[in-house]
Design a protein around this ligand. Sequence first.
Ligand SMILES: [Zn+2]
Length: 317
Amino acid sequence: MGKLSIYLLSLASLFFCSCAYKLSSYEEYVVGSPACKAPRTKGEVSVTYLGTSGYLIESGKTAIAVDPFFSRHDLRTVLLNGPIPPKPDVIASSVKKAAFPDSIDGWLVTHAHFDHALDIPCLQRQFGGKTYSSETGRALFKACGVPARTVKATTAGKCFRIGDAKVSVLEATHDRLVGMVVPYPGELEGDIPAPTRPKDWKVGEPLAYLIEIGGKKIYIESGGMGNSMPSEKAKGVDLAIMGVAVADSQYRYPKAVQFLCPKYVMPTHQDNFFEPLESGFQFASTANFPKILAHHQACEVPGKLALMEFFHEWVLP
Ligand SMILES: [Zn+2]
């Protein structure tokens, strides 16, 4: 079977088996409350969930957004590689619900797929700040009109500051669909045409980030291949946000969390991002949260399990 057929088949499986279930089945693990614009008191660090693998991370002094993506498109459009423009009205209502501050200091991108990167140019235009992504991301953002001086290409091993936060860029991999293919593979550089369709948003170099902010350490990634472990620089963090979108990263999850030994662990990228955010959190049919929970209940993984509803914020304990 060709790679394209495997890819289409696995995307189609999302469509045909719509076994939607919601967070309400797992209330004891849900943290946070609806986001509000109250300023953080000294020493507080909050995390707001934006859907997919998007988060807003704030201390009293600094605001960083990772992979914010609000302009969801339906599965049929994505399957057919149809046009997927950003949706300004959805972005406007989403940033309100997420209680975005007036300005954002930095945008971090784990990889350049549309479900991580599509809205960054619109958001950066409104909220300012610098974007950090792979070279592929930089080429795509520049093609979308982001001024070159506000988008930095970065790579695993780099370290920089955003406001009062220290950010270390760590190596990462991208999940394979059906354990075989990374969707939209490839890298981009230089001057390219503006992206308009899913296939234009090539994966580029996948990255993970260790964010040290307000006395807390947060590790964030959007998933990875079954046998790849996170960087050991992220061991012992306060919160590890770990992608578990498909079987590849779900297989990796218990071993990766054991390796990191975080205080809290938040499995992410397990919602159905073909449905609008206003429908609330729904697990994707490719998600396998019961299995992840079973690992925790069997005490095979350290760290307290935490789940969040869209646009809720959680002050890290
Ligand atoms: Zn991806």
